[in-house]
Design a protein around this ligand. Sequence first.
Ligand code: UGA
Length: 341
Amino acid sequence: MKVLILGVNGFIGNALTRRILTTTDWEVFGMDLSANKLEHSLGHERFHYLEGDITINKEWIEYHIKKCDVVLPLVAIATPATYVKEPLRVFELDFEENLRVIRQCVKYGKRVVFPSTSEVYAMCPDPEFKEDESPLVLGPINKPRWIYSCSKQLMDRVIAAYGQQEGLQYTCFRPFNWIGPKLDDMDAAKEGSSRVLTQFIVNLFQGKPIELVDGGAQKRCFTYVEDGIDGLMLIIRNKDGICDSQIFNLGNPKNECSIQDLAEKVSALYRSRKAKIKDFKEPVIAGVNADTYYGKGYQDITTRKPSVAKAKKLLGWEPRTSLDHALERTFDAFLEEWTRA
Ligand code: UGA
């Protein structure tokens, strides 16, 4: 199988590439702006990498869509701070640029595996979100935080419509707060615009307080990246076409944790690695309100728990890694990166 991964250097793209190259005989064609997370795969005989930009290298992309069997368009902005500050950039990249790729998959009859998101459920009141039943509940337009959710939701709908009307072969997957090594670039966290776990870890390394937005009672279900990749591999394999025209939540409902508890767990890990940390400072957990942290365009999600019954039934997939283990591995990978830098 020939797999095209756009955004191959991202958190999901790099982990998926490594897994494909080490466990299958497939070929990977990948493009991204840089390759700093791909040192494990660069130079592999079945990995073909182009340093490029989805908005510029359009001919290369079209040529490779024609050449490959399955296309994963993983290019996206996925940090809430950017949704609030630069909503147009989120729409243009996450929706418009990806739409062109989807249309070419339709044109050339290629299978697409699209990264939807847990964020599409937004403020859904269901205790567990179900792919084919739960309502998708967004806030008002004056809260640009929802532009990411809305762009991804519209893309899910457009893809499903291409499936319905023009026979596009597709599967959408919805990661629920995947965490693991290489989650985000530490430079983004230094500027304060990273996802929560990277942000907490980098704040500690910098000797800065961890900031709990609006008290930290909001919960997420953190999912270890390798568990997520297990699910994604089953989707790409698509045994007997079981994943065709389906959407799958890939999350770990057992790892539900409030942001306050997350702050405490990360602080405890930091303390336990004291001997390895240069300029260790006792961790401080502070409070901040959302308007100050993100700006007025932000609105939060209080609980976000996936039902993974469908993934279990159709794929035989279940997440296995506990939250503590996932946090430890993520923390240690960042510590190593920080120490090396
Ligand atoms: C994330 C992002 O939108 C995407 O990465 C992704 O599509 C999706 O959810 C997912 O990974 O499932 P969210 O979970 O809100 O959204 O993003 P985080 O930045 O990781 O924030 C989680 C929570 O921590 C939020 O309630 C936020 O307010 C809080 N937070 C964040 C803090 O309390 N302090 C911080 O320094 C950063």
